[in-house]
Design a protein around this ligand. Structure first.
Ligand SMILES: [Zn+2]
Ligand SMILES: [Zn+2]
Ligand SMILES: [Zn+2]
Length: 321
């Protein structure tokens, strides 16, 4: 079986294939690549080796897909919440190996054009390019979602539903169903991303579904309301938590992925702990929050460590917002 070097992405065969002795899954073309992958700053295989992350050629493969250039396809059933891949984030063109960036779309474009098309803007880390992640195409009915983990300098790609063998793995490039953004922000994002990637949806696409669009809008209003409702009395708090539960229910139905949900779980936790009578209610929110962090983050990230602290010592976090 042909494999790819997990560090330099070169295709390798037979004797050339060197396996990580830890997981026996990740492969390299050379000792140098293995050492670099293990010790590199930020995203290093040392951190992820024991986490059973998907690997190229075993769990997924890169293939040509009609009209879209390259795409990433499942090589086996990838159950919901599988961590499909973890990818290093590059912050500048200079830092990115030339062959990597040169292999990206648009064909014949300048490095700057390739960077502009493929890099992701991350709230915490500015522009970041994940070479493997750049091959994952957009679908409004995405079956996976991605997150950047700044302290590990890594992108993670997670299945949000069962992905069948042979199915293309997809993410969303513009989150039309993001409750946390206003309609204006969503519209701007869409108007930039659609032409950039030539995403044309006809009226039957899920992103044009009126019921869903209205629900997203309602979800956004609810999200804003939760922040402005008073939480002075016990009755206030119970009223706020009702809104939180309503938003969670909508999120579980319409949001793609777990990130917007994670934030709402966290809000529920913060609101519940402000009063001693509602304090016990925090448990269900923090449990879900921790679970979400486990799915979409790494147990080695500072975000997860923080979530664990909230979980273990909730009473200490009362005034933290
Ligand atoms: Zn290599
Ligand atoms: Zn390993
Ligand atoms: Zn669409």
């Amino acid at each position: 079986m042909t494999r790819h070097c997990a560090y330099c992405l070169k295709s390798i065969e037979g004797d050339e294939i060197k396996k990580c002795a830890g997981c026996m899954r990740r492969t390299y073309c050379s000792r140098e690549c293995q050492v670099s992958d293990w010790t590199s700053k930020g995203q290093s295989h040392k951190i992820w080796c024991k986490d059973n992350i998907g690997e190229e050629d075993i769990d997924w493969e890169v293939k040509e897909t009609e009209g879209k250039g390259l795409g990433v396809f499942a090589k086996r059933l990838l159950p919901k919440h599988t961590k499909i891949m973890v990818d290093r984030g590059y912050r500048t063109i200079k830092e990115t190996p030339f062959e990597f960036i040169n292999s990206l779309m648009p064909h014949g474009g300048t490095l700057q054009e390739k960077w502009d098309l493929n890099s992701f803007f991350t709230k915490e880390g500015g522009d970041n390019l994940g070479i493997r992640l750049a091959r994952v195409n957009h679908d409004c009915r995405n079956n996976a979602t991605n997150k950047f983990i700044p302290d590990l300098n890594s992108f993670i790609l997670v299945a949000i539903k069962d992905i069948q063998e042979g199915e293309e793995i997809s993410i969303q490039y513009y989150f039309y169903n993001d409750f946390s953004s206003s309609k204006e922000v969503r519209d701007v994002r869409e108007s930039v991303i659609r032409p950039k990637w030539d995403i044309n949806c006809d009226s039957s696409c899920i992103c044009k579904n009126k019921e869903i669009i209205d629900s997203i809008q309602k979800g956004h209003e609810l999200d804003e309301l939760i922040f402005t409702l008073p939480i002075r009395t016990e009755d206030d708090i119970r009223e706020s938590l009702k809104k939180v539960d309503e938003l969670i229910e909508m999120g579980e139905k319409y949001a793609s992925g777990i990130m917007p949900l994670a934030r709402t779980y966290y809000d529920g936790f913060q609101i519940a702990i402000t009063n001693k009578n509602t304090f016990p209610l925090h448990k269900k929110y923090i449990e879900k929050y921790l679970e979400a962090c486990e799915v979409i983050d790494s147990k080695h990230s500072s975000n997860y460590a923080e979530a664990l602290q909230y979980y273990n010592t909730p009473h200490l976090h009362k005034n933290s917002y």
